[in-house]
Design a protein around this ligand. Sequence first.
Ligand code: NAP
Length: 245
Amino acid sequence: MKESGHTVLITGGATGIGFALAKQFHAAGNRVILVGRRAEALQQASVQLSGSPESCITAVADIADAQDRERLLREFPDINIIVNNAAVQYTKPFAEQTEAEIAHELDTNLSAPVLLTKLFLPQLLSKPDAAIINISSGLAVVPKETCALYCASKAALHSFSQVLRWQLENSSIRVFELMPPMVATPMSQGKGHAHLKISPDELAEEFWRNFKQNRFEIMGGKTKWLYWINRISATLGQRIMRKGL
Ligand SMILES: NC(=O)c1ccc[n+]([C@@H]2O[C@H](COP(=O)([O-])OP(=O)(O)OC[C@H]3O[C@@H](n4cnc5c(N)ncnc54)[C@H](OP(=O)(O)O)[C@@H]3O)[C@@H](O)[C@H]2O)c1
């Protein structure tokens, strides 16, 4: 992919990994559109990206809401890259998750990125150079015990990304997947293992090196180790991951 001149929609772009990716794209000369539910968080993020006001736009939208997704499509006909980054995680036993929490987690992490991708597909196909970038997780490789549906949604997003890449390989759209390890963000806050976390900026730099070289499946940081350990011994992979690294 060329490095500049894109218009990039980033869901969950105000915080954590989404914001670090926004900084990378923006610094390289791309226009970024940051999407999230909280106007204040979006505003705080956008003031940290210097440059012309047109180079960073914010859009308050709930990606799990069909009308909000359609509004994004109507408002931004220039978008040629979408980054499906927004997600939520309920860290509790499945038996204790309410039906509303189950629906919220699956809608946000799986249905919303799939439906946003579907909605933007004709627009992306009309661009000479386009990309879909899905942010899954190392937990798509081996799950952990405390968050059943989060792991399931990320495994499904991983599979979806692989198949979509095959189906679109003769089109103008490239399909990337970033599989982060543990990253120090609001999502992982208070969940321990501080010494194992990398910073969002470190992950975004690794993404950028791979993005520039058209490496489509990007295992960030320790996800690479997990992948290979699991290839050698799935029993060992599960033993390491079950209680969470
Ligand atoms: N942190 C890690 O260790 C880690 C590891 C592997 C993978 N990941 C993945 O990396 C991605 C980013 O996570 P993060 O760690 O950076 O977490 P984060 O800081 O909590 O970011 C999540 C973002 O998603 C937005 N969001 C949530 N639900 C939304 C909705 N319905 N509509 C629009 N925006 C929504 C949030 O903004 P609002 O609340 O304002 O909407 C927030 O900005 C996620 O896909 C996550 O699963 C993270």
